[in-house]
Design a protein around this ligand. Sequence first.
Ligand SMILES: C[S@@+](CC[C@H](N)C(=O)[O-])C[C@H]1O[C@@H](n2cnc3c(N)ncnc32)[C@H](O)[C@@H]1O
Length: 316
Amino acid sequence: MAEYAFFDHHPPQTDILDEVLDGLRGEQKTLSPKFFYDEDGSRLFEAITRLPEYYLTRTELSIFDAHDADMRVRLDHRECIIEYGSGSNLKIRRLLEIAQPRAYVPVDISKEHLAENARELHEAYPQISVYPVCADFTQPIPLPPQVRGMEKTAFFPGSSIGNFEPPAAVEFLRNVAQTVGPGGQLLIGVDCAKSADVLEPAYDDAAGVTAEFNRNMLVHLNERLKADFDVDAYTHQAVYNVEAARIEMYLVARSEQRVRIGGEVIRIAAGERIHTEHSYKYAPDAFVALAEQAGFSCADVWQDERSWFAIYLLEA
Ligand SMILES: C[S@@+](CC[C@H](N)C(=O)[O-])C[C@H]1O[C@@H](n2cnc3c(N)ncnc32)[C@H](O)[C@@H]1O
């Protein structure tokens, strides 16, 4: 009999405050991309995925369409699917139909959005047990006891792996390898390096939705930590660093700012940039080498016709 149970391991407020202050005290001020995601941030990200410039979601879905038969052979009847950063239900529906698991564990830091989507999925697939886990996936995740002993496939779409610095990406993949155990799988979507003419508009769209998403991080921190960022005092910037093969996203202060957070005042100079996201792009051989460092071997790679995006099936 399929069931539904929610597991809340969301990080406490004090940990979040310490992490934010640490990031703002450094020479290069930095805020982690995980702070994008309150309820509005999750909705803004969904709007980004529908923008004409944001090719990633469309391209990843087109790979599922083009290689459906092949994927069915590789992923048929896995017992448990664990999705990291589950967000909306768009991609998981494809995988659930291919893999037909007994259990699905969506993991996300955005609590309300997670609960809403997990419920909806449970109603759509009543034969699958759904165990949402609200947690920070940069830390090892305690899995629901119900899935202990099940054969596991992890799913990490959307090129979210690109938000980790490469050493942290290896550490994350190592944790996933441990979670799925020997013989377990990871199906992971990764964006490929390409021209700045395509990449920069994807992270700086004409309608300004990505700019709003970037600035919403400050709205979120104001609410959550009772900070007083003047949100309109920052402009959005996205640049492709060709040498490092990454998009770099910043919030740039238009004028000098003094921000009060947790009893501390942070000074931000006019023109100073707060770094909010890196999005690394990987050629297939570079990504496979990274995965191998974490204890995975590559069983399959599927790409679109332009080789803009790749979905890898890795085995632990
Ligand atoms: C870029 S979106 C991708 C969403 C979806 N998987 C897709 O492919 O379109 C990143 C998702 O990961 C979640 N997320 C970001 N950082 C996280 C973290 N450190 N721990 C858990 N979830 C996180 C966000 O809430 C969001 O749903």
